[in-house]
Ligand binder design. Sequence first.
Ligand code: ADE
Length: 250
Amino acid sequence: MRIHVVSIFPEMFRAIADYGVTGRAISQRLVSLKLWDPRDFATDRHRSVDDRPYGGGPGMVMMAPPLAAAIEAARKEESGRVRVVYMSPQGDRLDHLAVQRFAGMESVILLAGRYEGVDERLLARHVDEECSIGDYVLSGGELAVMVWIDAVTRQLPGTLGNAESADQDSFAGGLLDCGHYTRPDVYAGIPVPEVLRSGDHGAIRRWRLKQALGRTWRKHPELLEKIELNDEQLELLAEYQREHELEKGR
Ligand code: ADE
């Protein structure tokens, strides 16, 4: 996947380019990340990218021409159609389904805004969709772009050490993830669940599935309404619910 990012703070992206799963995906060339600084496309002596809003009011607005020039320069490096995504709290929510849809794209241009916003005409002419990471306002789109890149990259084949890990993430089957344990065997008086030390892979798989179902039911029951459970899953969830009720009654 080829990712182009338009941002006035290209240095911030070292956080994902130099570390972890995203850093490895880039160095293994599973993902390319190219940064485009609108300041390099400004036409005045001060390399301006923002100006005061028409109609008055606080803050500054990002000007259309330098952003458009940066987007067009990125677009020129791509042969086919490439989607331009503007990160904004007004966009469609970036959930697991959206992440999977984006992961199917060959290339993308991500636009990070700053200041009070971006000139509306830039959005109308150059942006295909707006994408939000949640109902709160960040000081700039850079962190949102990085969240997008991290979440999408881990869905691409070959980016995770263990090929199965993305399938086992929370949300992958529409369920939350089960709990995880490592040494020591007993911590703060709490032992690791016996079944995980049994070596019985069938029993471990069922236990994990039951925990995933039970946690989803307890923490995000609305997720269960979006999926159809098979017979085994219904049985395991009922078992979990019975145990949970017993626990509550104690
Ligand atoms: N830019 C500022 N806030 C944002 C948010 N919540 N999601 C995406 N981009 C943003």
